[in-house]
Structure formats: structure tokens, C-alpha cells
Design a protein around this ligand. Sequence first.
Ligand SMILES: Cc1cc2nc3c(=O)[nH]c(=O)nc-3n(C[C@H](O)[C@H](O)[C@H](O)COP(=O)(O)OP(=O)(O)OC[C@H]3O[C@@H](n4cnc5c(N)ncnc54)[C@H](O)[C@@H]3O)c2cc1C
Length: 290
Amino acid sequence: MYGEFDLSIPETLQEAVAALSSSGKRAVPLSGGTNVLLDIRSQKLAPDLLVGLGSVAGLRGISVGDGRMTLGGQTTISDLLASAEIADKAPALLQAARVFAGQMVRNAATVAGNIACGSPAADLVPPLLSLDAEVDLTGKDGTRRVALADFYTGYKTDQRKPDELITAVSWPEPAAGTFGSFYKLARRHGDAITVNGVAVSITLQDGRCTRARIALGSVGPVPMRARKAEALLEGQALTQDKIAAAASAAAAECSPIDDVRATGAYRRQMVGVLVARLVNMAIQPKDQEN
Ligand SMILES: Cc1cc2nc3c(=O)[nH]c(=O)nc-3n(C[C@H](O)[C@H](O)[C@H](O)COP(=O)(O)OP(=O)(O)OC[C@H]3O[C@@H](n4cnc5c(N)ncnc54)[C@H](O)[C@@H]3O)c2cc1C
């Protein structure tokens, strides 16, 4: 059952940060609540104060400008699904949103909550890693920007200070000729925890790969980039030999564990299969994509 806690509903970012910094209180940000409320009910979390962010102005929305795409932290999964910009310029994120939970959770669950929950299986994180996303952290001393690839410091730990909020996540608009995709391996489409999540972003110019990003979820303590695999593709014409080598490298550099959903050995094998499959999609003629 729920213990006792106070609830603050700030209307400005300044008020939200001030509430989080309340001295002597264990203050916890609350976005959609699809993780927080479950954690309180199961007594994993016992806050003194919940700081609800749903009424804070200016934290929700998708924008494109100055060569960057930006998601406000309070943007929901349903917002991603409804966005023409996401469909056009970040298809891997759209694919992650399509297999995320069920409709009720999608309406509440936010981008900031997904990043901050720190789960290795958080479905938005591999696509965001593949886009070179950066996270804006706002606290009483202002806003700092950190690369999502450096944000997590270990299993469910990260660089966020207790008085900071994730206010936005942004990334450079992908270059022309960039293919992006995400695949969630799970028991069902939606409402199932990811066994393996793989996102790729591949830029091809004049028949060569000029930029490769391969990001993996649920195969280590934190979502990760497969940097050795990426290095095997960059600068290369993507032949089947090169793709197979990158797929093997990705499988070798992750560190999956056995759990109730799958064995580590199966997960590692499927990383190789899925990386090869998604990179191959990048080299298909356009009308065969997806
Ligand atoms: C039935 C069900 C199905 C689900 N399916 C999926 C799924 O398919 N894929 C998936 O990835 N997840 C899934 N989840 C998990 C959850 O819905 C997501 O992780 C979601 O994105 C969390 O967002 P939220 O806004 O609800 O976060 P909350 O529950 O509000 O918060 C989550 C964590 O983030 C912190 N936090 C929230 N906002 C901020 C902020 N702005 N700055 C700093 N910290 C913040 C909170 O303090 C808390 O620690 C599912 C959950 C349920 C209950």
C-alpha cells in the first residue's frame, strides 16, 4: 500500500526545482507516474514529497529548429506517435513508441520518465542513443547538457543530481541518406518487457557508410552503444562480410544476463541476428524499407 507523502504541483520550472531542493525531504519527480506509483505501492520507493511535473509550462512538445530536434521532457509516448516530424526524421523512435506498453500507459508515460527510470529495457533509450541524443538537466544552478551515452553510470544510476530535472532531450537532425530503425524482441508487441532492443542509425553517402550507430537495450546493466561494431562499418561499403563482422562484434561487446525472460546466451545470439537484419535494411532500395 501507499505510505504517506506530500504532493507538490508546481506551475513553473523554477518552482519545480525549488520543491525538489526542499531541505530535509526526500523529494522525487513525478511525470506520468507509470513507474513511480508502482514503486511506491511496492515499497521500493518511500518519498517524503512527490513533485508532479504535469502542470509545469513549457516542458511538453516536439520541435525542430537550428538543425536540431528537441523533445520536452514531459512529451508522452502518444505525442511521439502523433508527430509527423518524428515519423519523418526519427523513425526508430516512432517504432519504439509503436511497441511501447498499451494505449493508457502511452498517454501518461513520458520521455523524461523513460530516460530517468534507468531501466536497461527502457525502449526509447536505444533509438535516442542511435541519434546521438543529449539530455538537458535543469537544477537551481541552471541547465547543463550531457550526452545520453554518458548519462548512465551503472545499473539504475546516472549523472542527475537530486535537485535536477530532465527538461529536454535533443539531437542533431540526421543527414540526408540516414536510415534509422528499432526492433524490440519481446513476447508480444506492446505490454511486454523487452528481451532485446536494437536501434541502428546508418548514413550512406556515395555507397559508403559515413556514420554508424548501433545501440542495444536489455543486454547489459545500462542501454549501450556497440562502438566496436560501429567502427567496423564506418568508412566502409556495407558488404555482407562487413555486416556479419559488425553483428558478431556487437554480440561480443554486450553483457546480457539470464533472467525470467531469456537466457544471456539467447540474448547475445539475437543481438547478432538483429544487428545484421537492421543494417541490411539500411542498404535495401528505399521502396523495400520497413
Ligand atoms: C503496464 C506498463 C507497461 C509498460 N511498458 C513499457 C514499455 O513497453 N517500454 C518501456 O520502456 N517502459 C514501459 N513501462 C515503464 C514506464 O511506463 C516507462 O518507463 C515510462 O516512460 C516512465 O515514464 P513516466 O512519465 O510514467 O515516469 P514516472 O513514473 O513519473 O517516473 C519514472 C522515474 O523517472 C523519474 N522522473 C520522472 N520525470 C523526471 C524528470 N523530468 N526529471 C528527472 N527524473 C524524472 C521519477 O522520479 C522516477 O524515478 C511500462 C509500465 C507499465 C506500468
